[in-house]
Design a protein around this ligand. Structure first.
Ligand code: NAD
Length: 479
């Protein structure tokens, strides 16, 4: 990272202006590989949030009236500028949140498809004609944007999240106030600069950096916010859900997970093993859809543990700019402590470490546990690190039952050649997403992405966001 970035103090982007905001307070953003200073960011206040919402509200009537072709052009320009600034965006993903280059490139590519897919939404904000029982009455629905949309994102896949959610919200005619993770504000500011340079009118997009626990409520409870899109932990999601319920603010919540993978006896381990590894080790397990529970049918169990342990011991933990590196530093001291506590608790209660378990700097080794029991914290809670548990099962039915034994319901996977069992699993798993013979980690711009229970409310993706971020108005004409 260059010295210029280090000395930089990120500013908010409000009403088309870059500003320090209502005060001169800043906070440090650290590079998680060694906790060195990455940059400073302006510390937003309630006043800054209010100013951003006011700017978004003021910009809304004119923006709502823009032509689909204008919004489409601006969004396609965003995609072009992302490609032009690819190196800068990727460097930021590496140094701000510790992405290995492989994950940073993947995230950049996904983000780009999210923006391009959103451009296609602009011409699809449609209502319909409706038959009427009243003689001579012409009846129809028209679809309209909601107004000011608040978009709150986590640290782990910031570019995917902002590319998708901001683009979809603005494609359908909403204006936006964005609160990035305090651990990853710079990637959002680079995106804001792209939006500005793409020509979106001032005030249509606003971003305030700061601590979510200090200013988040000012945003989600603001009377002029018409929709909240939140991605983050289940605890914060629950809190936001309560605020939104009180104010009747519609929202989508994309939260944590404890996603299961079931491997039946007829599965081909040659094909399963690299996908199993990808399911949990990508970005050091800091993925909401990571698979933190593997249920393996008894005939394959010992071989699966053996092969998985071998893979785990070889997963790349080198320089983040080395394409072979997979394991990322864990983002913060708080999160590292959480992983350490989960491991300590499990081992003290009798779990066996089949691979890993140690730390190298801020990185946790790829870790496999067997003998994990109900009373261990990591049996049920999201660990959010490169740590997974492997359990033997005696039948498909037991696998389904155990996979469903969770408060979460985000992603899921099953490996088998038995199409009947695979489809039975897909229909009966209590998760929002199910992948047959594929890893739990998968996402595309236009799919209904999301979970149930503690994993969230609603879905995101082009069609899902179109529905969630607009509303239908019924209109009749007496002829
Ligand atoms: P987090 O909940 O700590 O923070 C997420 C965001 O919420 C941050 O921007 C933070 O500033 C903000 N925030 C904190 N308090 C707030 C408040 N009171 N009001 C409004 N905003 C507030 O989560 P994190 O550690 O950044 O991300 C990891 C979590 O996110 C994991 O649980 C992971 O599973 C989940 N996640 C879910 C998805 C999904 O699509 N389901 C995707 C990525 C991450």
């Amino acid at each position: 990272m260059d010295a210029k970035t280090k000395l930089q103090t990120l500013q908010h982007f409000i009403g088309g202006e870059w500003t320090n905001g209502s005060n001169t307070d800043t906070f440090d953003v650290l590079n998680p590989i060694d906790d060195s200073l990455y940059c400073h960011a302006s510390k937003g206040s309630a006043t800054d949030i209010n100013n951003a919402v006011t700017a978004a509200k003021a910009a809304f009537p004119a923006y709502k009236a823009t032509l689909p072709s204008e919004r489409e052009r601006w969004l396609l320009r965003v995609a072009e500028l992302m490609e032009e600034r690819k190196d800068e965006l990727i460097a930021c993903l590496i140094d701000e949140i510790g992405s290995p280059i492989q994950k940073a490139m993947f995230e950049f590519g996904k983000g780009l498809t999210m923006v391009r897919a959103a451009a296609g939404l602009c011409r699809n904000v449609r209502g319909e004609t409706i038959p009427s029982d009243a003689p001579g009455k012409f009846s129809m629905s028209i679809r309209e944007p909601l107004g000011v949309v608040a978009i709150i994102t986590p640290f782990n896949v910031p570019l995917i999240k902002i590319s998708r959610l901001i683009s979809n919200a603005m494609a359908v005619g909403n204006t936006v106030v964005h609160l990035p993770s305090e651990l990853a504000p710079r990637i959002s500011m680079l995106f804001a600069k792209i939006i500005e340079d793409a020509g979106f009118p001032p005030g249509t997009f606003n971003v305030v950096s700061g601590y979510g626990h200090e200013i988040g409520d000012d945003l989600t409870s603001h009377k002029d916010v018409n929709f909240v899109s939140f991605t983050g932990s289940s605890v914060v999601g629950q809190h936001i859900n309560e605020i939104c319920a009180k104010n009747k603010t519609p929202n989508t919540l994309e939260l944590g997970g404890k996603s299961p993978t079931v491997i039946l006896a007829d599965a081909d381990l040659e094909k399963v093993m690299p996908l199993a590894a990808r399911s949990i080790f990508m970005f050091g397990g800091q993925a909401c859809i990571a698979s933190s529970r593997f249920y393996v049918e008894r005939p394959l169990y010992d071989e699966f543990v053996k092969r998985f342990s071998m893979i785990a011991s070889k997963v790349g933990m080198g320089d983040l700019r080395d394409p072979n590196t997979v394991i990322a530093p864990i983002i913060s001291e708080r999160q590292r402590t959480r992983i350490k506590n989960h491991l300590k608790d499990a081992v003290s209660k009798g779990a066996t470490v089949a691979a890993g378990g140690e730390w190298e700097g801020n990185r946790c080794q790829p870790t496999l546990l067997t003998g994990v029991a109900e009373e261990m914290t990591l049996c049920r809670e999201e660990t959010f690190g490169p740590v997974t548990s492997i359990y033997p099962i005696d039948s498909y039915e037991e696998g389904l039952e155990k996979a469903n034994d969770t408060e979460y319901g985000l992603s899921s996977a099953i490996f088998t050649n038995d199409i009947n069992k695979a489809m039975h699993f897909a229909k009966n798993i209590g998760a929002g997403m199910c992948h047959i013979n594929g890893p739990t980690i998968h996402d595309e711009a236009h799919v209904p992405f999301g979970g149930n229970g503690q994993s969230g409310v609603g879905r995101e993706g082009t069609d899902a966001d179109l529905n969630a971020m607009t509303e239908l108005k019924w209109v009749t004409v007496q002829l």
